[in-house]
Ligand binder design. Structure first.
Ligand code: 7TS
Length: 421
């Protein structure tokens, strides 16, 4: 399969267009019917699907290599360790980190943010300090900072956004001051699709010497990431949105910051030595990886990165961009439908509401037609409050989606409107 994908990349380089049917053949789950209709999977923002080559890598580990890492001198443990550390090497390349020790395996973006909150925030943020987040954060990048503020007597400040769902950078500038101790902003909004200017956001925070965490849960699957170019201090994403199994993910941190931070959890594998009087901690990255990790899942993440490289990340992103453009045009044209999130720079997410019809009803009727979308507040309740709506229906695209699927979506939305009229 990798050979097919590789030759596909070569073909594309020679000028041929994205062969979506050949890509779809790599994803077994897509080839099924739901409620008697072909599955149209448009909930990639929640979890994306897993290609056969990643499933095979996970199975191979379980069939032939399953054992604990970093512990045994025996053959299987060494093989498992090599595969696990090999996946870390792939992650390092994927985000262009300077060193593998800057890539900490976590269960996903939520755990990544919590690790930074506990390790950095609890050590370096105190009473009267300020933490800046944005108005379009997922709850995972709100609640941990709120918990920290409550514990320390610090204050949460929020960068507002305009009606299109774009952050107001002048207001951001006005929030930054000598009390600011941390900035945490999403790269791409899961509810609106906005791509935020995170390089600029980071630059402005650095003028005050403030470290920046980028929540890359919705960006890493859809665009090239270069943490050195961004110069962000922390970056996190979840494997299950990146064509890998649940339980995999990464938090990147600059080594000099990770070195100064407290560990997140205590336990096995994160220590140098333990006595009842004192424990000393392991070097990076082990200091942040207490206990037995999700070995099979992280090896799967390594395989998904290989897969993305083989099909061409930029070509995949270009196809998704064209899908979003096409879907926006089609859905905007339907009378009674309002798109929530109309930023100039958007990625892969199309949120919408229909007058007088609750998004849950839209989601239920779409499901009857085999279409999977997410309906709700998308764990971004402040975004819903900002737009004065209870919820949206959200189609989120991956490189294996097709224009025909967008046509089915648009046609079914028209049917929903007919049913309720
Ligand atoms: N940050 C963003 C921007 C997200 O979109 C999500 C998950 C998370 C953090 C948390 O990721 P987790 O893997 O740790 O749960 N977003 C969504 C979504 O939009 N629909 O389901 C989960």
């Amino acid at each position: 399969m990798a050979t097919i994908a590789r030759s596909l990349k070569e073909e594309q380089k020679s000028g041929n267009t994205w062969d979506v049917e050949r890509i779809r053949a790599d994803f077994p789950v897509l080839h099924q019917t739901v409620n008697g209709k072909p599955l149209v999977y448009l909930d990639n923002g929640a979890s994306s699907q897993v290609p056969q080559i990643v499933i095979d890598r996970g199975s191979a580990y379980l069939e032939q290599e399953h054992s604990n890492i970093h512990r045994g001198v025996h053959y299987l443990s060494q093989r498992a360790t090599t595969a696990y550390e090999g996946a870390r090497e792939k992650v390092k390349r994927f985000i262009n980190a300077r060193d593998v020790k800057e890539c900490i395996f976590v269960r996903g973006a939520t755990e990544g943010i919590n690790l930074v909150m506990h390790g950095y925030g609890r050590k370096f943020i105190g009473a009267g300090d300020e933490i800046v987040i944005s108005a379009m954060e997922h709850h995972a990048n709100i609640v941990p900072w709120q918990m920290l503020c409550e514990e320390k007597g610090a204050r949460l400040r929020v960068i507002p956004m305009n009606d299109a769902g774009e952050l107001l950078l002048d207001d951001y500038d006005a929030l930054l001051n000598e009390r600011t101790k941390f900035v945490a902003v999403t790269h791409v909004s899961n509810a609106l699709g906005t791509i935020n200017p995170i390089k600029e956001i980071t630059e402005r925070a650095h003028k005050y010497g403030v470290p920046v965490l980028i929540d890359g849960a919705q960006s890493a699957p859809h665009m090239p990431i270069d943490v050195q170019d961004l110069d962000c201090d922390f970056f996190t994403f979840s494997g299950h949105k990146l064509y890998a199994p649940t339980g995999s993910g990464i938090v990147y941190g600059k080594a000099e910051l990770l070195d100064r931070m407290n560990p997140f959890q205590g336990g096995g594998d994160m220590i140098k030595s333990v006595t009842f009087e004192k424990t000393t901690y392991a070097d990076l990255p082990n200091k942040f990886e207490a206990g037995t990790p999700a070995i099979a899942s992280q090896i799967g993440l390594g395989a998904s990165i290989d897969y993305l490289d083989s099909i061409g990340r930029e070509e995949a992103a270009a196809h998704e961009h064209e899908l979003l453009r096409y879907a926006t045009e089609k859905i905007t044209a339907i009378e009674g439908v309002r798109i929530i999130g109309t930023a100039r720079e958007k990625a892969s997410v199309l949120s919408f509401v229909i007058d007088e019809i609750h998004p849950h009803d839209i989601g239920t009727i779409l499901d009857q037609e085999g279409i999977a979308v997410r309906a709700g507040h998308h764990c971004a309740q402040p975004v819903m409050q900002r737009f004065n709506i209870p919820a949206t229906a959200r189609a989120s695209f991956a490189f294996y989606n097709t224009k025909e699927e967008v046509d089915v979506l648009a046609h079914t939305i028209e049917k929903v409107i007919e049913i309720f009229s």
